[in-house]
Design a protein around this ligand. Structure first.
Ligand SMILES: Cc1cc2nc3c(=O)[nH]c(=O)nc-3n(C[C@H](O)[C@H](O)[C@H](O)COP(=O)(O)OP(=O)(O)OC[C@H]3O[C@@H](n4cnc5c(N)ncnc54)[C@H](O)[C@@H]3O)c2cc1C
Length: 394
């Protein structure tokens, strides 16, 4: 239970207050927000979260937010709490953070002033545009170009799978500026959606509806001041942003899994089979036991990564990769067990576990697929081994 988790030593009183306030607000508000049209539903959630002050968590204090930079534990709690209740609300919250995160970490003061207060108030919708049709996991294969042209850069190319594509007011975009080959020759820019030459190529429909699009840049001119960081900082900026938000993907998965576990236990206790509740069958108990253990193990990994970052670690690459990988994979299994336990009802539209089954799938792919996380974890673990004294027996 989240109520127990927030009493773990990773958390402080402010986290417990935040979790209680957000849970109370979400229970009161989310059901009344629109659900049918995905764009309208997403806009309504950004606005509501902003007006209620919960987007303060995604913006630094100097621009109206609640923490000096990011408090990853607060971001994770928010995603877990929202994910438990409503996948689209979690998405709306997360994208305001991810979409503006590179501005927070690498933007000039003038750029931060222009975007961050509006992001916090829910008045501007943010997007993060890294992936391209030929460059998803392989970021070094990015083909979009940004060429210096006087006091502007000219952007040409295309991005795909862009969350909030079609409804965002601005996009943080990564393009090749060519300071070095591959990933070392990328730079980051902020591009307003109404800049001439920018367009939405097509909207992408996915199994759990969210605003998503392929976007196109045809001679888009952005002032040099819109560059985030220095020329060639793009890869570093993208990875630093993902380093903060990767654990939060795990937290969203944790929220989905916790909900599936609650749905599963309720169903098992109330559904009668062979003259007794389903929960009395030992195979059902095994499903519940495995799921409860998976949920707690994921929570430990997620809040360990978040706590480590908040306590000042420069990078949490290994911890965040473990948290994201384990939590998304375990959530898929927990939700699948819940669907199984619900029988035919589990695959029926409108039933929560069916929705969770669709919601969880993309989390194992975006912000680094599970296989990519494995590569990262292995690389970081081998690095640790190399930095240790050689064992006596060797
Ligand atoms: C719902 C959704 C929202 C998204 N939102 C955004 C967004 O807002 N901004 C953005 O920039 N991108 C976004 N993406 C894109 C996402 O980051 C990419 O889909 C992801 O990085 C994988 O890239 P790809 O789809 O090109 O798959 P590919 O790179 O072609 O990879 C395909 C598969 O290959 C496997 N694989 C990859 N690397 C390895 C490896 N090293 N070893 C073994 N197997 C491997 C994995 O199973 C992977 O799923 C989103 C994607 C989805 C589905």
């Amino acid at each position: 239970m989240l109520d127990e988790t927030v009493n773990w030593p990773f958390f402080e009183e402010a986290h417990r207050r935040f979790a209680a306030d957000l849970s109370r607000w979400a229970d009161k508000t989310l059901a009344s927000l629109p659900h049918d049209d995905v764009d309208a539903a997403c806009r309504a959630r950004v606005k509501a979260l902003g007006e209620a002050g919960f987007l303060d968590a995604v913006v630094p204090r100097a621009y109206g937010g609640s923490h000096d930079v990011f408090d990853v534990r607060t971001l994770c709690l928010a995603r877990e709490i929202l994910g438990y209740r409503d996948g689209l609300s979690d998405f709306a919250f997360a994208m305001q953070g991810l979409g503006s995160g590179t501005i927070t970490l690498f933007g000039s003061d003038a750029i931060k002033k222009r975007y961050l207060p509006a992001v916090r108030q829910g008045k501007m919708i943010a997007a993060f545009a890294l992936s391209e049709p030929e460059a998803g996991s392989d970021v070094a294969a990015l083909a979009m170009t940004a060429k210096r042209d006087g006091d502007h850069y000219r952007l040409d190319g295309s991005k795909t799978w862009i969350s909030n594509g079609g409804i965002a007011d601005f996009y943080v975009v990564f393009a090749c500026t060519g300071e070095a080959p591959g990933a070392k020759g990328l730079s980051a820019f902020v591009v307003d959606a109404d800049t001439p030459g920018f367009s939405i190529t097509n909207r992408i429909e996915i199994i759990a509806p969210h605003p998503l699009a392929t976007i196109s840049f045809d001679g888009v001119r952005v002032p040099v001041e819109n560059m985030l960081g220095k020329p060639g900082d793009g890869f570093k900026a993208a990875m630093a942003t993902l380093d903060v938000f990767r654990s939060t993907v795990g937290a969203a998965a944790l929220g989905f899994a916790r909900r599936a576990l609650d749905e599963m236990t309720e169903r098992a206790a109330t559904r009668k089979l062979f003259g007794a509740p389903l929960s009395e069958l030992q195979l059902t108990q095994a499903a519940i036991a495995d799921s409860a253990t998976d949920v707690d193990a994921a929570a430990l990994l997620i809040y360990r990564a978040a706590w480590t970052k908040d306590k000042g670690a420069a990078r949490v690459t290994r911890e965040a990769a473990m948290a994201k990988m384990f939590a998304t994979e375990m959530a898929q299994q927990v939700i699948d067990r819940a669907v199984q336990l619900f029988g035919g009802l589990g695959v029926t539209k409108g039933v929560k576990v069916e929705e969770l089954y669709r919601e969880i799938r993309a989390l194992r792919i975006y912000e680094g697929a599970t296989e990519v996380q494995k590569v990262i974890i292995a690389r970081e673990t081998l690095k640790l081994r190399n930095s240790k004294p050689v064992l006596a027996a060797e």
